[in-house]
Design a protein around this ligand. Structure first.
Ligand code: ARG
Length: 571
């Protein structure tokens, strides 16, 4: 299905060819939605951006263009506004048919250059540690970006770049042998591994020989010692099992779990290349890359004095691996904004190495808890499972209050979806780089820009459609969408805006643009719903409004799905 913008742009192309033969209009043919219905449904600034090159007055040009648009049947009225905008009012017939056949999964995005693989690197917790808030945000935002790019027809690979290598493993191996509590470990592996890690740190002050022991165990691990490798593998597996539960619960999945250890074999080669090419140098026995002053970047250590490789080294090896194994369209890294410099360093160094595939760091800000809950834990480590349980528990209470008649098991199911949806949506609906304040009451409210509000709007449409069916009024394929009232028309126009909202969200790596769109759509729907009867109307209007509602519900469902939020048929 062709996007309205594209239909209007191809009409504009015909008009421009006719009016200004030979004119090079590349990059200038552009139609976009308007912000306000009084300026039409869509508009173009073609006259303004081309007048100079044509030596013409933009308003005069706009008049010529407007006069030609009306012939098409797509546009009913075209008006010139301001310094040379052409405001386009879609014809009711075209709009009604477009919305009727809008199949949210079948938009034609072939005009986007989508060649190659989009790699999304997200979530990426550190083994033997609980995920912290940053990982929660990375998981939710990365998953949404993945879904959005897939929707646009890109080939997308979701990679979990686990922190599964590094000095902590020497300490864990020592701690495991000395202080592990088996029963606790079986109950909560990561909890117990964290405990022995803390125990290690606590004891080394008084027993400095522990540090030396850990170094030796780490060395053995790096040299491939069987027993230590087995233990390391066990820590990884145990952690992945726990993360897996959270991922399943959050409906998040990955294509690959290539952690830092996966690239270990490549790291010596990276160091050699950097030294050979003169990109890195030896400084106090370490291998370091220095940057030009103008780049405002701290030096990046590639290999420490003791021979250990660092985080940046594994990221360079990882880029090299991806370049060899994929046809990269771009690599998208989703982490909190404390890693901005890290990625600038890595991108800069990789370019100097000739690894110049497009890479984007998508940073996000911090998440804070309004009521102090969960924020008291040291280092802002939260138990994600506890967070989700709390969300579901609170959602259960809200459902109980709103719809006490729902069967008990359905209440549980709805509460799980609303609770988890609310947590995700609270994150995704905010500007990614701002600090997100996590406020239970706000995010679980049925009013405002929240998951429950959108999910409820969806469920309400579904229940209306069921009610119509019960009355023998099934949706009809041969019904037309009519515009008796301005509210219906405004709603229909919003339905047409969905695909471009998704494109914008992809371009800016900002899922909140989809959330904004959906919120606006739902508000528009609720104005329609509150003002205009549906089931009480005579058939023609009843089927029209039913169909319009159905199409709105599809957009809500698809849009929420792009944010990883599931819908329910009633709540
Ligand atoms: N494990 C890292 C952390 O927890 C995030 C990894 C992000 N991905 C990457 N390729 N560096 O901070």
């Amino acid at each position: 299905m062709t996007l309205i913008e594209k239909t209007l742009e191809s009409e504009l192309l015909g008009i421009v060819k006719e009016l200004y033969p030979g004119f090079d209009m590349s990059g200038k043919l552009f139609v976009q939605k308007t912000g306000d219905a009084k300026f039409g449904d869509y508009q173009t600034n073609f006259a303004m951006v081309s007048a100079k090159a044509l030596g013409r007055n933009p308003v005069e040009m706009a008049k010529e263009i407007a006069a030609k648009y009306i012939r098409s049947g797509t546009v009913e009225r075209a008006e010139v506004a301001g310094p040379g905008f052409v405001n386009l009012f879609l014809s009711d017939k075209f709009l009604g048919e477009y919305v009727k056949s809008a199949n949210t999964r079948a938009y034609d995005f072939t005009f986007i250059p989508r060649r190659g693989d989009v790699l999304v690197d997200y979530s990426s917790p550190n083994i033997a540690k609980r995920m912290h808030i940053g990982h929660l945000r990375s998981t939710v935002i990365g998953d949404a970006i993945k879904r959005i790019y897939k929707f646009l027809g890109y080939k997308v690979i979701g990679d979990n770049h686990l922190g599964d290598w590094g000095t902590q493993f020497g300490k864990l191996i020592v701690g495991y042998r000395k202080w592990l509590n088996r029963a606790d470990y079986e109950k909560s592996p990561i909890g117990e591994l964290e405990r022995i890690y803390v125990e290690f740190e606590r004891r080394t002050e008084a027993e400095p020989e522990l540090a030396e022991e850990a170094r030796q165990e780490l060395k053995k691990l790096q040299d491939g010692d069987t027993e230590n490798t087995r233990l390391w593998k066990e820590f990884v597996d145990m952690s992945l099992t726990e993360y897996g539960k959270i991922y399943r619960r959050m409906n998040v999945s990955f294509d690959t779990f290539h952690g830092e250890s996966f690239y270990h074999g490549r790291m010596p080669g990276i160091v050699k290349t950097l030294l050979d090419k003169g990109i890195a140098q030896i400084s106090e026995d370490a291998v370091v890359v220095f940057f030009e002053e103008a780049e405002h970047l701290p030096p990046c250590i590639i290999r420490k004095q003791d021979g250990a490789f660092l985080y940046a080294t594994s990221d360079l090896a990882c880029i090299q691996y991806r370049r060899e194994h994929y046809e990269i369209n771009r690599i998208i890294y989703v982490t909190d904004d404390r890693q901005i410099d890290h990625f600038r360093q890595v991108f800069r160094i990789s370019e100097r190495m000739g690894l110049n595939e497009p890479k984007v760091h998508v940073p996000f800000g911090f998440m804070k808890f309004a009521d102090g809950m969960f924020s008291t834990r040291k280092g802002n480590v939260i138990l994600l499972d506890d967070l989700l349980d709390e969300a579901v528990k609170r959602a259960r209470a809200v459902i109980e209050e709103k719809n006490p008649g729902l069967p008990e098991d359905e209440k549980d199911l709805v509460a799980e979806k609303v609770g988890i949806g609310a947590v995700k949506y609270a994150d995704l609906s905010k500007n990614r780089v701002s600090v997100v304040i996590f406020d239970w009451d706000k995010m679980l409210s049925f009013d405002g820009n929240t998951a429950p509000y959108l999910m409820y709007t969806y469920a309400r449409i579904r229940s209306m459609i069921r009610k119509a069916e019960d009355a023998g009024k099934n949706l009809r394929d041969d019904a037309s969408i009519l515009f008796e009232d301005a509210l219906e028309r405004a709603l229909a126009v919003r339905v047409t805006q969905f695909p471009v909202a998704v494109m914008k969200a992809a371009e800016a790596y900002s899922p909140n643009l989809i959330a904004d769109y959906l919120f606006d759509l739902c508000q528009s729907y609720n104005s329609f719903y509150n003002a205009l009867p549906v089931l009480k109307e005579k058939d023609e209007l009843l089927y029209s409004r039913l169909l319009l509602s159905e199409q709105v519900s599809r957009v809500i469902k698809t849009g929420l799905d792009l944010l990883g939020v599931e819908t329910v048929e009633r709540m």
